[in-house]
Design a protein around this ligand. Structure first.
Ligand SMILES: *Cc1c(COP(=O)(O)O)cnc(C)c1O
Length: 378
């Protein structure tokens, strides 16, 4: 089965009574036992639910994992994975990971006695150098946000494995359509399904995919014990969304490439960040581990080039909004919006400037988006 066939069919057929073509929405909180020791496979929706299971089977198949669990949010997926750790363990993560993941690690999990090193992960050697005897996990997010830096998943996962540490990859930006971390040697994949997997900006959700049965069992235990599983209706929306993931990603990428090429030659723009551009410092690595370059583009205006609010107000199709990965195009200024909770110093270290603008390119017609940007820039 090819990717789109898997996305359309895997897990979907759950109705043996009426043969409904889409998965029924089972909102039931509990399921009756046949006798004291026999169930239909489900007893209580926090632990398992047939609608959610359909989405989980689908996402596991797309990522090439043995199992997936859908969680209430992307952050709860991160939480479920970090609970594989215990007090005294050490984790290596990128210094440009998603702000919410950084906050969770830096505040709550640090308080529980887990140690974190946040490093520049563009070089696998930096990971090697940061290893400690108690390093138990390496957290990879690639490409990064908003500057689209790339981490070599295969090299870093190999370093982690050799050391006896787990590697977990946040694959939210690329999705399994363009990047398959488990095939590159990672142990776990995490998603904010809020973004591309659902793709329609109408649900908050997450997923954890495991490479082995042993990990899958621990993850299912964590998700159930923490109570972070996804509501059936939300999982039903995610399953509806994921069926079109492949064709959406194709259009996101086509649009993003055209816009990145336009920005790269625009005289008001200083730097354009997009892994698909030959000028991206890690373009070769991106080509190796990704089969497409995704829908996120960012750029720096030339200093004193333009008033950001005026520019944003002239746009017709790009909504001024955080988040990403939906069918509609969005624009924002990371320094003032999505990354405002970072300290001044952390933003400086990550290279996020006041004149940086991030685009989440939707699936609208390429020419309409280009015309919109050209008009706002004129
Ligand atoms: C949005 C996002 C998250 C958090 O997901 P929520 O669904 O908002 O909880 C985690 N990682 C990445 C890369 C994200 O973009």
């Amino acid at each position: 089965m090819g990717f789109n066939t898997k996305a359309v069919h895997t897990g979907v057929a759950k109705d043996t009574q009426y043969n409904s073509v889409t998965t029924p929405l089972y909102t039931s909180s509990n399921f009756a036992f046949k006798n004291m020791s026999t169930t239909t496979g489900y007893d209580y929706t926090r632990s398992g639910n047939p609608t959610r299971r359909a989405a989980e089977e689908n996402i596991a198949e797309l990522e090439g994992g043995v199992d997936a669990r859908c969680t209430a949010t992307g952050m709860s997926a991160v939480t479920g994975v970090l609970h594989l750790l215990k007090t005294g363990d050490h984790v290596i993560a990128g210094n440009d990971i998603y702000g919410g993941t950084f906050r969770l690690m830096h505040t709550l999990f640090s308080k529980m006695g887990i140690q974190f090193s946040f490093i520049d992960m563009r070089s696998p050697q930096h990971v090697e150098d940061a290893l400690r005897d108690n390093t138990k996990m390496v957290w990879i997010e690639t490409p990064s946000n908003p500057l689209l830096n790339i981490v070599d998943i295969q090299a870093v996962a190999r370093i982690a494995r050799k050391h006896g540490a787990l590697s977990a990859v946040d694959n939210t930006f690329m999705t399994p359509y363009f990047q398959k971390p488990l095939a590159l040697g990672a142990d776990l994949v995490v998603h904010s399904t809020t973004k591309y997997i659902n793709g329609h900006s109408d649900v908050i959700g997450g997923a954890i995919v495991s490479a082995t049965d042993a990990l899958a069992q621990q993850i299912q235990f964590n998700v159930n014990a923490l109570g972070i599983s996804e509501a059936p209706f939300d999982a039903w929306l995610v399953l509806r969304g994921v069926k079109t993931l492949g064709i959406r990603m194709e259009q996101h990428t086509r649009n993003a490439m055209a816009i990145a090429q336009f920005l790269a030659q625009c005289d008001k723009v200083e730097t354009t960040y997009y892994p698909g551009l030959k000028t991206h410092p890690q373009h070769e690595l991106a080509k190796q581990q990704m089969s497409g370059f995704g829908g996120m583009v960012s750029f720096d205006f030339k200093p004193n080039g333009i008033n950001l609010d005026t520019f944003f107000s002239k746009l017709r199709y790009f909504a001024l909004a955080e988040s990403l990965g939906g069918v509609e195009s969005l624009i924002e200024a990371p320094y003032f919006m999505s990354h405002a909770s970072m300290t001044e110093e952390a933003r400086k270290e990550a290279g996020i400037k006041k004149n940086n603008v991030r685009l989440s390119i939707g699936i609208e017609d390429t020419d309409d988006l280009l015309d919109d940007l050209k008009n706002a820039l004129s």
